[in-house]
Design a protein around this ligand. Structure first.
Ligand code: KG4
Ligand code: ZN
Length: 344
């Protein structure tokens, strides 16, 4: 199908259910968010210390219709007003993704609207378009979330070149695991962020991993293990330790690597526009660290509001709009792809 680029206003319904948030949004022209409804499952999953996939799928089923109805009513729209139905189809938890994909396919079929499958990470990156109306590609984007750590050049709308990714844990995963080790509970990122403000970031020297021959790749399992070893060592020697110092020193180690790799890529590829995205982009240390590094070099720095950094459907509507404009359409055979890759 050829893209319909003649209309001035393209309105999409976007659905996101890749992990533990059931979300729907109405977005006009990729940047104007008319509604953004999120039903979070965090209260249930925190009882188990992390996301339990089967529970996530069941909760998505319970909530999805209600969340979609709320998104339409808050935007004062109906299915008939939509130009496309956009849905995250990967990467993520397969059972969770299937709920959103199933709902989107049913709406697309019943309302006779085009279906656009959206890549979750493209969604995270596109949150920047909502928060920064002036932002246009090309730019360099660091995506750091619970499941992903990517350094990506956004060549054009919908065109991505992945420079680096994590070899093991994602940055957010490391935050969550360290938080669990110091007894903060799930999700750990925001709690470490808060506790770090009370600690000394210079107190403990945790490792900053570099991968030979892959300067833009990340590895966070080493710093996570170093924190666990430090805590075990203190316990064995029956020495007191400061959770706040651990949080501050760990956060500093992770933020330094994220900022340094991004700055190296910006220099090597001569890109002066930098953006961050994903749940870890809420982190105050990363927001400040990246801003300072960009300011020192005269680069423009873009970031979404914290609500648009963590999983939401407005970002899927932003990415889906540009996919729609690029002529991307999916059939009713669209399936969830848990390991969907970016830029391949
Ligand atoms: O993007 P997101 O909502 O979900 C995924 O696609 O993974 O990211 C969630 C991750 C979690 O690991 C959470 O701990 C982390 O983002 N996170 C943070 C902060 N807020 C959320 N990490 C560090 N500092 C924060 N303030
Ligand atoms: Zn996400």
């Amino acid at each position: 199908m050829r893209p319909d680029n003649s209309k001035e206003e393209i309105t999409v319904l976007a659905i996101e259910s890749s992990c533990d948030e059931t979300a729907a949004a109405v977005v006009v022209n990729g940047r104007d968010v008319r509604s953004n409804i999120i039903a979070s499952q965090i209260d249930i999953h925190k009882l188990y210390g992390g996301v339990v996939p089967e529970i996530a799928s069941r909760k998505h089923i319970e909530k999805i219709n209600q969340v979609i109805a709320e998104a339409l009513s808050a935007a004062d729209k109906t299915f008939a007003d939509m130009d496309a139905i956009c849905v995250t189809y990967g990467p993520g938890l397969v059972g969770a993704l299937l709920v959103g994909v199933g709902a989107a396919k049913a709406i697309s079929y019943a309302a006779g609207k085009p279906l656009v499958g959206v890549h979750h990470i493209e969604g995270h990156i596109s949150a920047n378009y909502i928060a920064n109306p002036e932002l246009q590609p090309p730019f360099l984007c660091l995506v750091a979330s619970g499941g992903h750590s990517h350094l990506v050049i956004v060549r054009d709308y919908g065109q991505y070149e992945v420079l680096g990714r994590t070899r093991d844990d994602a940055a957010g995963e490391a935050f969550d695991k360290v938080a669990r080790a110091i007894g903060l509970g799930y999700p750990g990122g925001p709690k470490i962020d808060r506790l770090a403000k009370e600690g000394n970031p210079e107190a403990i020297e945790f490792p900053r991993a570099a991968i030979e021959g892959a300067p833009y790749d990340f590895s966070f399992s080493g710093v996570k293990s170093a924190v666990l070893n430090y805590i075990n060592g203190c316990r064995m020697k029956q020495e007191a330790y400061s959770e706040a110092d651990i949080a501050a020193s760990f956060q500093k180690a992770v933020v330094e690597v994220l900022v340094d790799h991004t700055m190296l890529a910006a220099e090597d590829y001569h890109i002066q526009k930098i953006a961050i995205a994903g749940g870890v982009a809420c982190n105050s240390g990363l927001r400040e660290g990246m801003r300072a590094a960009c300011e020192a070099r005269g680069y423009d720095f873009y970031l979404p509001t914290p609500e648009l950094c963590t999983d939401n459907a407005a970002m899927i509507g932003a990415a889906g709009y540009y996919d729609y404009r690029n002529g991307i359409r999916h059939g009713l055979d669209l399936n969830a792809v848990p390991g969907l890759k970016l830029g391949e």
